[in-house]
Design a protein around this ligand. Structure first.
Ligand code: NOJ
Length: 752
């Protein structure tokens, strides 16, 4: 009630100050602003990410002095209180815009983005983003720093968890689906601004180490990395974020060619560009500026509109303008973009639009959790199912073993800020609920890591809950004892939530000891073993693939993790997830991706070693599990690949059709994937490129024909002069259930 009054009161104030009047314009507002007030709009300060509050009185003073345009990491009551200061105590009453990383859910927590991508289900991804935006918007948030559009080909990099994987086309489709979900039509109080990040190339650090150097040719960048950012821009994302990394020996935050020429002139981005966290200050560490003033000048001149947290603009830019180091027009342009964002979000009409405490109790509702459960089940990828060990038959005695089987908060994954009130369902709980507690026995078996200090540092749970009070030997014995008495062992192993995500690169990406050791002992019991892997990245599963009966890749699935996994293990849901990243056999294969070049000495994917061919002596070239791969219960058969024509002109759309048959007794959700290969180009082209996909339900025992469109406009690339060209010539067309060459049907056509 108090809040409603506050809202009404402030709405009146906004109207008095003229913002709600029809003739309000950014021009007229800017005409009243001093240089310092304009720079204030370019300044973003930070609250406490855990509590959402701002205790720092200095921040409040800066807001009332008109020196702040935005706050990140504030939530709830503190948003209302700070907005009140901005609207009522500043000279011009310009509202603040509040941002937060709503990456994979707010209170209802969805699977990590890489998991959601594995669903290849754009509709559910959009729905999940809608729910996340709706929940966050009730708590004051008008702007999320999503989608992460960084292509990643290196699973050592922890932030692979936050993106859509290795493919530019699929990455673009998913980024656009996320933008649609969060922004909608920007006509509802639940529609919040999206942010294209991290611009650019942040997903390609050398050696997979976070924040590390990125370098590649501009041609590779245009052809292999920029598409998802571009797709998010085309989908209308209102903001973008410059990345931490350097490229061409220049930090992105002061890289004018990237921020102006590529992002704005080529991609057509017209929104507001914020830096990543304190990135202007980090230019000093990079060694590209001597002090904060120089870093701020370089960033402003490169096209940064808002400084996240570094307080470089707010402390140095006014002097820099007076000294002629930055043109005032640059400040005007940046300020205008910030104000336009606020206008588009409706903050001038109602600064409290995104603050609806009376609706907060709807967050985490059964309805929202149902979306999380659906998204969770669709994100799971079944990697192996020897002798049809899955689905688990009813009435079996199940031994659930593994340190991740009952650690609720570890199910959240790397980037969910507010799930505290809604603890995720664990695998143990999910299985007990589905199969009956009497049939499901649990033993932790071991710790997650051998290194207790590291585990203590990154786990969300007390050391006691993680079994550190019990001798390792005892943990192992308990596990083996219940395993021996069971019909089937479900081993829940992998990574803690904080082993992926920002600042969480790993050099060894196998299942960590002591878990792998325990798994070997479980396999030695001779009982069937289903391994459920919880992880934020592809792990190396070479031993597991050879020795375990079933492998279910369950990522970190969020609030409904345990139920979603139980849905798949029980067969209530037929698994349909397909990988969006290649799973290497060993770290030495990294970087690994399906859309590689042929080389002058090409090798078959599984070809054994031969000297002077592009091969390894000790491992085949093929990944363990390829891009696009995933099993279901039952298998769809592909036949009769047909093209509408063997010839096409540039601008034509070809129709590609294929027959699907499901001889099994279960309905299967199949993702039909369309790849092309441009046989000869003015520059070399990849051996395969995804150009389309369709997800269909093939009913048990039925046949159907699926059509996909192949638009010749999509066949182009950036040539040596960095011009986008569609070159005539012969193209292979490949259609099938994954990028694995052995599974694809082939045809070809000539583009004239
Ligand atoms: C740093 C991260 O790189 C970025 O993804 C995030 O949006 C900002 N911090 C704000 O939290």
């Amino acid at each position: 009630m108090k809040k409603t009054l506050l809202t009404t009161l402030s709405l009146c104030l906004a109207m008095v100050s003229g913002f709600a009047q029809e003739n309000f314009s950014i021009d007229s507002l800017m005409a009243k602003m001093t240089l310092e007030e304009k720079i204030g709009q370019m300044n973003q300060l930070v609250g406490n990410i855990l509590t959402g509050s701002i205790s720092n009185s200095g921040i409040k003073a800066k807001i009332s002095a008109g020196q702040v345009g935005s706050i990140l990491n504030a939530r709830g009551e503190s948003v209302a209180a700070l907005q009140k200061i901005a609207v009522e105590q500043t000279r011009l009453g310009i509202p603040l815009v509040f941002g937060l990383d709503v990456i994979h859910g707010y209170e209802t927590c969805f699977p990590i983005p890489l998991a959601m991508a594995s669903s290849w289900n754009l509709e559910t991804i959009t729905e999940a983003c809608q729910v996340a935006g709706q929940e966050a918007s009730r708590d004051g948030i008008a702007w999320t720093f999503t989608p992460m559009c960084d292509i990643a080909r290196d699973p050592r990099w922890g932030r692979i968890a936050e993106g859509a994987g290795e493919d530019p086309y699929l990455g673009g489709e998913i980024a656009a689906a996320q933008v649609r979900g969060f922004q909608g039509n920007l006509d509802k109080p639940t529609d919040i601004a999206a942010c294209v990040k991290h611009f650019a190339l942040y997903g390609a650090p050398q050696a997979g180490r976070d924040y590390y150097t990125v370098d590649m040719s501009r041609q590779q960048m245009f052809n292999e990395y920029l598409w998802p950012y571009h797709a998010a821009v085309k989908a209308g994302a209102l903001t973008a974020m410059s990345s931490f990394n350097e490229f061409e020996s220049l930090p992105l935050t002061c890289h004018k060619y990237m921020l102006q020429t590529v992002l704005r002139d080529i991609m057509g981005f017209q929104g507001m560009l914020v830096t990543d966290y304190a990135a202007i200050r980090e230019i000093l560490q990079h060694g590209a500026a001597a002090d904060l003033k120089e870093a701020s000048v370089r960033s402003a001149n490169a096209g940064v509109d808002m400084d996240m947290v570094a307080e470089g603009f707010s402390t140095t830019l006014a002097d820099a303008v007076r000294e002629g180091l930055v043109d005032e027009a640059i400040v005007d342009r940046a300020c205008r973009r910030v104000l336009e964002l606020k206008k588009k979000l409706g903050l001038f009409e109602n600064p409290y639009k995104y603050n609806r405490p009376e609706e907060l109790e709807l967050n985490g509702s059964a309805q929202n959790r149902a979306v999380a459960r659906k998204m969770g089940a669709q994100s799971i990828v079944l990697l192996k199912n020897e002798s049809e060990v899955l689905p688990l038959a009813p009435g079996k005695k199940i031994a659930v073993v593994g340190p991740l089987a009952d650690l609720s908060m570890e199910m959240i994954g790397c980037w969910a800020v507010r799930p505290q009130n809604h603890r995720p369902v664990t695998l143990l709980q999910g299985l007990q609920q589905r199969f009956g507690a009497e049939n499901v026995k649990f033993a932790r078996g071991c710790h997650v890591l051998e290194n207790e200090a590291l585990e203590n540092q990154i786990s969300f749970h007390d050391r006691k809950d993680r079994g550190w009070d019990i001798p390792s030997d005892k943990l192992r014995k308990e596990a083996l004892s219940i395993a021996k008495k069971s019909d089937v062992i479900v081993a829940a192993m992998g990574e803690l939530a904080e082993m992926s995500g920002e600042g969480s690169s790993r050099a060894d990406i196998t299942i960590p000891e002591p878990q792998r050791g325990l798994l070997k002992e479980l396999v030695a019991t001779g009982k069937p073993v289903v391994l459920v892997v919880m992880s934020g990245r592809p792990l190396i599963l070479d031993w597991e693939d050879e020795n375990v009966d079933g492998i279910v890749y369950a990522w970190h699935l969020g609030s409904e993790a345990g139920n979603a996994i139980a849905d798949v293990l029980s067969g209530d849901v037929n698994p349909s997830g397909r990988l969006t990243v290649s799973f290497p056999r060993c770290v030495g294969q990294i970087p690994i991706h399906y859309n590689h070049k042929n080389t002058g000495r090409p090798a078959g994917d599984f070809q054994p070693y031969k000297k002077y061919i592009s091969l390894y002596q000790d491992v085949v070239n093929a990944p363990l599990y390829p891009f696009g791969y995933g099993l279901s219960y039952g298998k769809v058969e592909y036949s009769d690949l047909k093209l509408s024509s063997a010839k096409a002109a540039v601008g034509d759309k070809l129709s590609v059709s294929v027959k699907l048959k499901n001889p099994s007794e279960r309905d299967i959700t199949e993702t039909v994937q369309l790849y092309i290969r441009d046989k000869v180009g003015s520059i070399t082209r990849p051996v395969k490129e995804l150009k389309g996909f369709r997800q269909v339900c093939v009913k048990a025992g039925s046949e159907m024909t699926v059509e996909l469109e192949l638009d010749s406009a999509k066949l182009g690339f950036y040539n040596s002069e960095l011009q986008y060209v569609v070159e005539p010539g012969e193209f292979d067309v490949m259609v099938g259930p994954s990028s694995d060459s052995r599974s694809l049907l082939r045809s070809s056509f000539v583009l004239e």
